[in-house]
Structure formats: C-alpha cells, structure tokens
Write a new protein. Structure first.
Length: 138
C-alpha cells in the first residue's frame, strides 16, 4: 500500500503548519516555500484540510492559516482521510461499490473491516507533533 502523492503532500504541509504553532499564522505561499511544493498544490491541500477541520483560515489583515486544533490532537489518519477519504485497503467494504468479481462468494470480505480498523488505529497513533519534529530519528 502506498499513499497518493496528494496525501503525502498533505502530511508534509500539515507538518510545516504545525511548526508554526505558537508563532502566529502562516500562508499557503509560505508553506509552499518551506516545503518545496508548488503553490497551487498547497492551495488545493489547504482547501481540503480546512474543509476537514484540520486547518483554520482567516481572511483580512492579520489573517492566514493555523491549525484548527492542537497538533497533539491531529493524527496521521486524520490527515490522510482529509485527502483520501476513509482508510480502507479494499473497495469491497464500501457498500456503494459493487465492482469485485468475487462479491457474494468471498470468504475474506467479512474480515476486511478488522484489517482496516487495525490500519487506521496504527495511523491514528502517530500524532502531528511527531511528524513535525525536525530532529533526526534513529
């Protein structure tokens, strides 16, 4: 399993935003400059992350972007879901999808929710505080 580029960039963007905690607001262009991501990509991510309640955007003088809640209360799972939707390894757990040739006869399908819950739990255990650290991990 791999994250999409957009989900990866969302993690990078949120990590940069978290490093501004306590230092006031930042902007999409500042985050783009800090991360090396294109401004339009960061703007698209800011829109998704704001809609998901992870960033707060304030207009006008003194406006800008800031985390919508403390970095310790934002998980890797939250960020990925803001961009990708619910975390699931297979599409068969989605009641609206019926594109699997094994649907109706698959003996594994009932177990995928358990796997997905475990995966989401592992991602939820990684906080934005951890992701925003700049020191080398050994």
């Amino acid at each position: 399993m791999r994250l999409s580029n957009l989900a990866d960039y969302a993690v990078v963007t949120m990590s940069a935003a978290a490093r501004h905690c306590g230092g006031g607001r930042t902007s999409a262009s500042e985050l783009a400059a800090e991360t090396g991501l294109p401004v339009p990509t960061v703007q698209k991510l800011v829109s998704k992350l704001t809609a998901a309640g992870l960033l707060r955007s304030t207009r006008g003088a003194g406006g800008g972007l800031q985390l919508a809640r403390p970095a310790a209360a934002i998980s890797l799972a939250d960020i990925i879901e803001a961009v990708e939707g619910p975390i699931a390894l297979t599409s068969c757990v989605d009641a609206d999808r019926h594109d699997c040739v094994l649907e109706g006869s698959c003996k594994v399908q009932p177990h995928w929710p358990i796997v997905n819950k475990a995966l989401r739990g592992a991602l939820a255990d990684v906080s934005l505080v951890q992701l925003a650290r700049t020191e080398e991990l050994v």
